[in-house]
Design a protein around this ligand. Structure first.
Ligand SMILES: Cc1cc2nc3c(=O)[nH]c(=O)nc-3n(C[C@H](O)[C@H](O)[C@H](O)COP(=O)(O)OP(=O)(O)OC[C@H]3O[C@@H](n4cnc5c(N)ncnc54)[C@H](O)[C@@H]3O)c2cc1C
Ligand SMILES: *[C@@H]1O[C@H](CO)[C@@H](O)[C@H](O)[C@H]1NC(C)=O
Ligand SMILES: *[C@@H]1O[C@H](CO)[C@@H](O)[C@H](O)[C@H]1NC(C)=O
Ligand SMILES: *[C@@H]1O[C@H](CO)[C@@H](O)[C@H](O)[C@H]1NC(C)=O
Ligand SMILES: *[C@@H]1O[C@H](CO)[C@@H](O)[C@H](O)[C@H]1NC(C)=O
Length: 501
C-alpha cells in the first residue's frame, strides 16, 4: 500500500508507534482520540497489519481468550462466539483500523532497527529500514507495540537427533502455505496452546496425529456458542457490548482468583471437566494430570471440546514421555516405545523478546532493558519518552494494552499542559537499596523461566511494582499520580514542529 503519501513522505512525528498488532492499533486509537492534532505514524516491519494474527498460519489458529475482552474496547467484537480463528481476528483488526482511519497512518515494510534519544534536542532519532532503503525519522515519544517474542527466530528446543529425521520438520511459527499432511503420520512435540490447537485440526486430514508431551497441561473446554443472546434484544447495542465485556472481565478474574486461592478445589473442578470429555481408552493419569496448580501457567482452552473429540475419533493420540532420540523414521522414547512419523511439528514455544529487537541508546550510550525497573508497567527506568505495551498473560492481553494506552495519553496531555517536553522514570538513590525484586510476570511457564533474561525488572514497592489486574491498572491509568517516580524536563512544546529542511 503506497497510497499514504502524506504519512509516507513525512519524517517528523510527535508520536511513533512501533508495530501494527493489537497493541499498536489500540495505542493509535487513543492517541488520535485523546490528543487531536498530535501527528503520529505506525512503523510495521511486515507487509500487513495484524502482528501475531498475520504471522501465525497453522491449521486451526485461534484465540484462547474470549474476543469480548481480547477485542478493542472502543470497537467491540460484535459476533456471538467468544473464540475466533486467526483470519477472523485479523479481519476484525483491519476493519477497526479502517473504521477509525488508523490504516492511513501505518507504514508497512518499515522496520525500526535502532532508536537514539538526544538529551540536547529531547527527541528520538530513529533508524528505519524501509524495503532495504534506510530512513531517519524523528519523534518526541515512542510507543513499542512490538509484542513479546522474536518474529524471526523461534525458541531453540533441544530435541536430540532431530537432524536424523528424513521426513519434514515444521515449526508452527513458519507454517508452509501449502503444507500437505494428508494421510501422513504426524507427531507434534509440545503441550501448549499451539499443540492443543493443532491436534484436532491436523487430525481431520492426517492419518494419525500424536501429541508428544514431556508433562501435561491444564485444559478447559469452553462453549463457543452465542453468548447472552437474550440480553442483546433487550438492551441498546452499545450498552449490551459494554455489559458483555464487563461480565467476561469479571468471569476471567474470578476464575483466576479461584484457581490461585483454592488450588485443590479448582484442580478437582478442572479434572472433572477433563474426565467428562476423555474417551475411556485415554488415561487421565499421566496424560492429563499436570504437575502444577491451575493458572500457575497459562490455562489452555479448547472450544466446544474439539481437542477431546479428536481423541475420541481415534486418529489423535497423546503420549507423555521424553525423547531419547529422533531417528530417520520417527522418535524413540526413553520408555523404549517408538513413534513412527512422516512429519514432526515442533510446537516448542516462542523466543521472548521485548521492544522488537530495537537497539536503544540514550545520547549514543547503549540502554539495557533487562537491567531496568519498569515504571507502572508502562515506561522504563532512565529511558525518556518511551512507552512499552506489555499486556496481561493471565487475562486478555488487550486489557493490559488498554491500561497502557490510557496511561500514556494522560501523561502526554499532562506534559503538554505543563510545558514539559520529557518524562524520565527514575529511582531515587535513597530508594534504590530498599527495592526488593519481584517477578514482572508471575506465570511459571517454561519459556518465561528458562533462557536468558529479557524482561525488565519489577520491585516490591512504589511505581516499580508489577502490574496487578485490569480494574486497578485502569484506575491508575485514569486517576493515579503520574509524578511519583518520574522526572521531567521543561521545554517549549511536546509537539515536534515540522522543521524546514
Ligand atoms: C498463537 C498465539 C495465540 C495467542 N492467543 C492469545 C489470546 O487468545 N489471548 C491473548 O490475550 N493473547 C494471545 N496471544 C498473545 C498475543 O501475541 C497477544 O495477545 C497479542 O496479539 C499481542 O499483540 P501485540 O500487538 O502486542 O504484538 P504482536 O501481535 O506480536 O505484534 C507486534 C507487531 O510489531 C511488529 N514489530 C516488531 N518489531 C518491530 C520493529 N523493530 N519494527 C517494526 N515493526 C516491528 C511485528 O511485525 C508485529 O506486527 C497469542 C499469541 C500467539 C503466538
Ligand atoms: C466458534 O464459533 C464461530 C461461530 O459459530 C465459528 O465461526 C468459529 O469457527 C468457532 N471457532 C472455533 C475455534 O471453533
Ligand atoms: C497411531 O499412532 C499411535 C501411537 O503411535 C499408534 O498406537 C496407533 O496404532 C496409530 N494408528 C494408526 C491408525 O496408525
Ligand atoms: C545519538 O545521539 C547523540 C547525541 O545527539 C549523538 O552524539 C550520537 O552519535 C547518536 N548515536 C547514535 C548511535 O545514533
Ligand atoms: C496476574 O498476574 C499478576 C502478576 O503478573 C498478578 O499480580 C495478578 O494478581 C494476576 N491477575 C489477574 C488477572 O487477576
Amino acid at each position: 500500500m503506497n497510497n499514504h503519501v502524506t504519512t509516507e513522505s513525512k519524517s517528523h512525528f510527535d508520536v511513533i508507534i512501533v508495530g501494527a498488532g493489537i497493541s499498536g492499533i489500540n495505542s493509535a486509537y487513543y492517541i488520535q482520540d485523546q490528543l487531536p492534532g498530535f501527528s503520529y505514524a505506525i512503523l510495521e516491519a511486515r507487509n500487513d497489519l495484524g502482528g501475531t494474527w498475520d504471522l501465525f498460519r497453522y491449521p486451526g489458529i485461534r484465540s484462547d481468550s474470549d474476543l469480548f475482552t481480547f477485542g478493542f474496547p472502543f470497537n467491540p467484537w460484535n459476533h456471538g462466539n467468544p473464540i475466533a480463528d486467526g483470519p477472523a481476528i485479523k479481519e476484525y483488526m483491519r476493519e477497526t483500523a479502517q473504521k477509525y482511519g488508523i490504516d492511513e497512518h501505518i507504514l508497512l515494510r518499515h522496520r525500526l532497527s535502532s532508536a537514539n534519544w538526544s538529551k540536547a534536542d529531547n527527541t528520538w532519532s530513529l533508524a528505519v529500514d524501509s524495503d532495504g532503503v534506510p530512513k531517519t525519522i524523528t519523534a518526541r515519544f515512542i510507543i513499542f507495540g512490538t509484542g513479546y517474542y522474536d518474529y524471526k527466530e523461534p525458541l531453540k528446543a533441544d530435541i536430540p537427533g532431530l537432524d536424523n529425521f528424513q521426513g519434514q520438520i515444521v515449526h508452527p511459527q513458519f507454517w508452509p502455505e501449502d503444507l500437505d499432511y494428508k494421510n501422513k503420520k504426524v507427531v507434534i512435540i509440545g503441550s501448549g496452546a499451539t499443540a492443543i490447537t493443532l491436534l484436532p485440526n491436523m487430525a481431520k486430514e492426517a492419518a494419525n496425529v500424536t501429541m508428544l508431551q514431556r508433562s501435561p497441561t491444564w485444559i478447559q473446554s469452553i462453549p463457543n456458542g452465542s453468548n447472552n443472546r437474550r440480553l442483546s434484544y433487550l438492551l441498546p447495542t452499545s450498552l449490551y457490548h459494554r455489559l458483555q465485556r464487563a461480565i467476561w472481565i469479571q468471569r476471567q478474574r474470578i476464575f483466576f482468583l479461584f484457581c490461585q486461592f483454592f488450588p485443590s478445589l479448582s484442580a478437582w473442578y478442572l479434572k472433572l471437566g477433563v474426565k467428562w470429555h476423555l474417551p475411556s481408552r485415554v488415561a487421565y493419569d499421566p496424560h492429563f494430570k499436570p504437575r502444577y496448580g491451575p493458572w500457575d501457567q497459562r490455562l489452555c482452552v479448547c472450544p466446544d471440546g474439539d481437542f477431546f473429540d479428536s481423541l475420541r475419533s481415534g486418529k489423535a493420540n497423546v503420549c507423555t514421555d521424553t525423547i531419547k532420540t529422533v531417528t530417520k523414521k520417527g522418535i524413540t522414547l526413553n520408555s523404549g516405545e517408538t513413534l513412527d512419523a512422516d512429519m514432526i511439528i515442533t510446537a516448542t514455544g516462542l523466543k521472548l523478546q521485548i521492544a522488537g529487537g530495537v537497539a536503544l541508546t540514550v545520547d549514543g550510550q547503549k540502554f539495557d532493558i533487562s537491567s531496568k525497573y519498569m515504571w507502572n508497567g508502562v515506561m522504563l527506568q532512565d529511558l525518556p519518552n518511551a512507552g512499552f505495551v506489555i499486556g496481561y498473560t493471565n487475562a486478555s492481553w488487550t486489557l493490559g494494552a488498554e491500561a497502557t494506552a490510557k496511561c500514556i495519553t494522560r501523561l502526554l496531555k499532562m506534559l503538554e499542559s505543563r510545558k514539559l517536553v520529557a518524562a524520565i522514570p527514575s529511582v531515587k538513590d535513597q530508594d534504590a537499596s530498599l527495592l526488593q525484586e519481584r517477578p514482572m510476570v508471575q506465570l511459571k511457564s517454561t519459556y518465561i523461566i528458562d533462557g536468558p533474561r529479557v524482561f525488565p525488572r519489577a520491585a516490591d514497592r512504589g511505581p516499580w511494582q508489577p502490574r496487578d489486574h485490569y480494574g486497578k491498572d485502569i484506575r491508575f491509568a485514569t486517576k493515579g499520580n503520574l509524578n511519583d517516580g518520574l522526572e521531567f524536563v521543561k521545554g517549549p512544546s511536546l509537539r515536534l514542529r515540522k522543521k524546514l529542511a
